[in-house]
Design a protein around this ligand. Structure first.
Ligand SMILES: Cc1cc2nc3c(=O)[nH]c(=O)nc-3n(C[C@H](O)[C@H](O)[C@H](O)COP(=O)(O)OP(=O)(O)OC[C@H]3O[C@@H](n4cnc5c(N)ncnc54)[C@H](O)[C@@H]3O)c2cc1C
Length: 394
């Protein structure tokens, strides 16, 4: 297998590296330290990245996008995340849902949703499934009619009336278009009673944004409530079949691997950051009369950090490559699970290398720890691991 990037992939990598170093990194700690959960967001960063194509990179060329392949997506994601994994995710969240538009929407819907997305640097996308009553049940539905999402949808002629709330929705406070999973038949199991609606924020009366969640990690990245109070949505905004959301073959509840690969590549980026920063520290910081790099204990820790990070790099790239080659049977969930383990292990080793600064909450080390633990609450939790195992055991 050839791991060498082609000319186009290298060009994207270099563009991402430059943007990450010049725009993301200098603002990373400054945004992270803002205490107001909404105040951490910075439209200038999004606009600057959008102008370079980082918001729209996955849109098919026929709609004016760049249609970059999965290897390029992984490489760009890792470069951006090396500077700030939360900022990187704000861009890739748009990739995830623009993938869904181009794969699952009708040609008429694609035109309607992708046109404004392509022409507005501040057009950001999101998807709402989780509610206050729980998130795991939506991803691993138990055999119980009462479990899972409750935001309801009732048909009224050509319209649907939605009522309820979603919680913790990424890009929630800043998005202009959302996919919303809605319980359209409460009398059957979730797998048979959920419909996905596309909500254009400014065109949907009764739809509003609620509270923004104040997270410990990924502070730049916005998570908010989405509220429907008799929200009126035309039936032409339904994605696929009524009651067909959980059976869709792309998107969050399916075998579509983009979300898994995206997070694994993001973890690779912050592992690269930890390794590089640890090496710099080892070469410059003195303890007990000698540089850290001369201490065998530190050498062993850096060896382990680099070893795990390089293994993750190979795994991420192989998974992306297999997807581009249309090789069947790739289980991207496994690389996602591996990235959770590696990201947190490498971060812990990095804290060891930092030693005193780590204890004193060196801002950079502190941010890495908080960011890496987002994986435990996101898609790297026990439910994700169970889903991957169930897929293998089928
Ligand atoms: C940064 C971030 C971004 C997010 N973005 C979005 C988004 O864009 N859209 C969206 O819809 N949601 C989003 N979420 C929500 C996320 O999907 C949920 O947090 C996740 O599904 C877990 O749900 P919960 O927090 O309600 O935990 P719960 O479902 O209450 O679970 C609590 C704990 O119990 C475990 N658990 C639950 N059920 C089982 C089971 N059957 N077997 C074993 N263990 C179990 C879980 O693993 C977890 O550790 C985001 C979360 C984060 C942290």
């Amino acid at each position: 297998m050839d791991f060498k990037l082609n000319e186009e992939q290298t060009a994207w990598q270099m563009k991402a590296r430059k943007f990450a170093a010049e725009v993301l990194r200098p603002r990373s700690l400054e945004r992270d330290r803002i205490t107001d959960a909404f105040g951490t967001w910075d439209w200038d960063i999004i606009k600057a990245g959008s102008k370079l194509g980082f918001r729209t990179s996955c849109v098919p060329k026929k709609f004016g996008g760049h249609e970059i392949d999965f290897v390029t997506q992984a490489v760009v994601m890792a470069e951006l995340a090396k500077a700030d994994s939360a900022m990187s995710k704000a861009f890739s969240q748009c990739w995830k849902w623009s993938h869904l538009i181009s794969q699952a929407c009708t040609p008429e819907q694609q035109e309607r949703y992708l046109k404004p997305f392509m022409s507005d640097d501040t057009y950001v996308l999101g998807m709402g499934s989780t509610e206050h009553i729980g998130g795991s049940d939506n991803r691993l539905p138990p055999e119980n009619i009462k479990s899972g999402m409750r935001l309801s949808g009732v048909q009224d002629g050509d319209y649907w009336i939605l009522n309820g709330e979603k919680a913790f929705i990424a890009n929630g406070s800043v998005g202009k278009l959302f996919f919303l999973n809605v319980r359209t038949d409460p009398n059957v199991m979730m797998r048979d009673g959920v419909t996905t609606f596309v909500i254009e924020k400014d065109k949907t009366p009764g739809f509003s944004i609620g509270k923004v969640f104040n997270k410990s990690g990924w502070r730049f990245y916005q998570n908010a409530e989405l509220v429907c109070t008799n929200a009126r949505v035309h039936k032409s905004n339904i994605l696929g079949e009524v009651n067909g959301a959980m059976k869709r073959s792309v998107g969050d509840n399916s075998g579509d691997m983009f979300g898994d690969l995206e997070l694994a590549a993001n973890a690779l980026g912050f592992c690269d950051d930890a390794v590089e920063t640890a090496i710099k520290l080892a070469k410059t910081r003195t303890q007990g009369g000698k540089l850290l790099k001369e201490q065998q204990n530190i050498q062993l820790k850096i060896n382990k950090m680099a070893m795990l990070t390089e293994a993750l790099r190979s795994y991420v790239l192989r998974t992306a490559w297999e997807h581009d080659q249309k090789i069947k049977g790739t289980n991207a969930g496994l690389v996602m699970n591996y990235s959770t383990f590696v990201g947190q292990e490498v971060t812990e080793l990095y804290l060891d290398v930092c030693d005193q600064p780590g204890v004193e909450l060196d801002e950079h080390a502190d941010k890495l720890v908080r960011d890496s633990f987002i994986w435990s609450h996101l898609a790297g939790d026990t439910v994700q691991q169970i889903r991957v195992a169930q897929k293998m055991l089928k």
